[in-house]
Design a protein around this ligand. Sequence first.
Ligand code: ATP
Ligand code: MG
Length: 229
Amino acid sequence: MLWMGVRMMSLVAENVTKVYRKGSSQVHALRGVTLEIQDGESVAVMGPSGSGKSTLLYVLGLLATPTSGRVLIDGRNVTVLDDITRSSLRNKYIGFVFQSYNLLSGLTALDNVALPMKYAGIGARMRRQRAMELLKMVGLEHRANHYPSELSGGEEQRVAIARALANNPKVILADEPTGNLDSATGKQILALLSEANARGTTLVVVTHDPTVADICTRVVKLRDGMIVD
Ligand SMILES: Nc1ncnc2c1ncn2[C@@H]1O[C@H](COP(=O)(O)OP(=O)(O)OP(=O)(O)O)[C@@H](O)[C@H]1O
Ligand SMILES: [Mg+2]
């Protein structure tokens, strides 16, 4: 595949707008955002509720298409790629931690973590083994066979983080990854994300928490769908 050779991973949003339409009403979630993220960088995205942080992360993570503007990975325009190519790029290079976790309710914690590896074609034994290691890393090996509905919010969040790390992504995009965690667990998760960043993984993290922003080398502030700082 065209993208197999990607080793570096610069991520650029170029004059991106996003308009959500529902019936006759429109929401301008992003109003011309330009942001360049270098390979290996760590960036915190901050701003008030509704300022477009999650939307920006979706666009960078190829989960949403901009209404106008482009997203470039290593200088290549990914907004023009078809859905299948975009999903396979995402699966291979991007780990996404959703604000609302988005775990599959019919799968156990272990199987949720293993799912991206299944899509990547990794065999069942290896998947289980690595998924268990990842659950250990987030302190949840004792919950491996529990379903999301049997987990607390903070536990679901940790499963979501383990899942994001599953394929050793080049980029981790995390939306409020410590939002529902007590401070000790939050610190542990932050340490995991920092370690991944120290190993060369690019990190973009949406947060309200200044201690999360502290582990990042750059802070981007959004307001009303625009970068203000
Ligand atoms: N699917 C959607 N349909 C319509 N409007 C949407 C949709 N998703 C988001 N919006 C709107 O777009 C704007 C930006 O939303 P977004 O979720 O990006 O904000 P946010 O900065 O992540 O907020 P929060 O801190 O509360 O998570 C908000 O006004 C929101 O109501
Ligand atoms: Mg959000």
